[in-house]
Design a protein around this ligand. Sequence first.
Ligand SMILES: Nc1ncnc2c1ncn2[C@@H]1O[C@H](COP(=O)(O)OP(=O)(O)O)[C@@H](O)[C@H]1O
Ligand SMILES: [Mg+2]
Length: 259
Amino acid sequence: MEKKAKRFLVANRKGGVLKTSIAVHLADNQARAGKKVLLIDTDSQGNCASRLGFETWDGFGMALITGGDYPDEKIIKEVRPNLFLMAGGDKTAAGKSVLAGAAVTGESSEGYVEKAFSKYDKDYDLIIMDAGPSWDVMNVSLMFWADRVIVPTSTEPDSIEGVVRVAALVPAVKKHNPEFGIAKIVPTRFDSRKTSANEFAAALRRSFGNLVSDTVIRLNEGFVRAQREDKTIYEWSDPKGVQHKKGREDFDSLAKEIF
Ligand SMILES: Nc1ncnc2c1ncn2[C@@H]1O[C@H](COP(=O)(O)OP(=O)(O)O)[C@@H](O)[C@H]1O
Ligand SMILES: [Mg+2]
């Protein structure tokens, strides 16, 4: 089968570092740029759907449980022009057990994911997966399936541990897929007025060099306000004209670096 889609996983085992915000906004950005995008929510909390104004449904879990043998129209919805969502829900936990089972019976869990999801490569230009805040068989298998991983990190010291965990796995994944690598490590919730945030970013750059994006996602209340109205930062406008502009600038610039 001809491979067309480039697959990205947004991962860090820490919660609240903007994994979902980055997955949703990069997907929105690229759909607006004319790419056909599949956003896969692999977190049972189902936040991708709610961010886009939908009640979540069991998409990813069903695809996982059935090994990809489930009607697409029941698990994938076009939620914006060019932006297709396979939502996350409660069945994800059962899907995780199926994956763990595959590992036990000798069929590798990453082989299982490959079989279940590679059919989407031909239908989309871009696949973006939002990972849940854990580091388990599922996230590791998804990393094996991905071409690139995007690692958001907030500028608190303990969130670097999540970056280190992802980075430590890269050599093993590269053996399986030589094309694999970190797309960018992205500092998020960045407040330039805080010395600690600037120090954190500098330390991150010393450790990971140009794997760290030049773009930082700035601390921006506008994202929370947009979310309250079920809108992305590209759809929401701040009456004062400031927050949405800043947010869009950050994502335009991050998208340019990554895609
Ligand atoms: N630039 C930002 N500044 C401050 N808060 C943000 C920003 N972007 C998103 N948020 C908010 O931070 C919260 C956590 O983000 P989220 O993307 O859900 O993190 P994760 O998926 O890593 O748990 C959300 O309520 C989101 O609206
Ligand atoms: Mg999330």
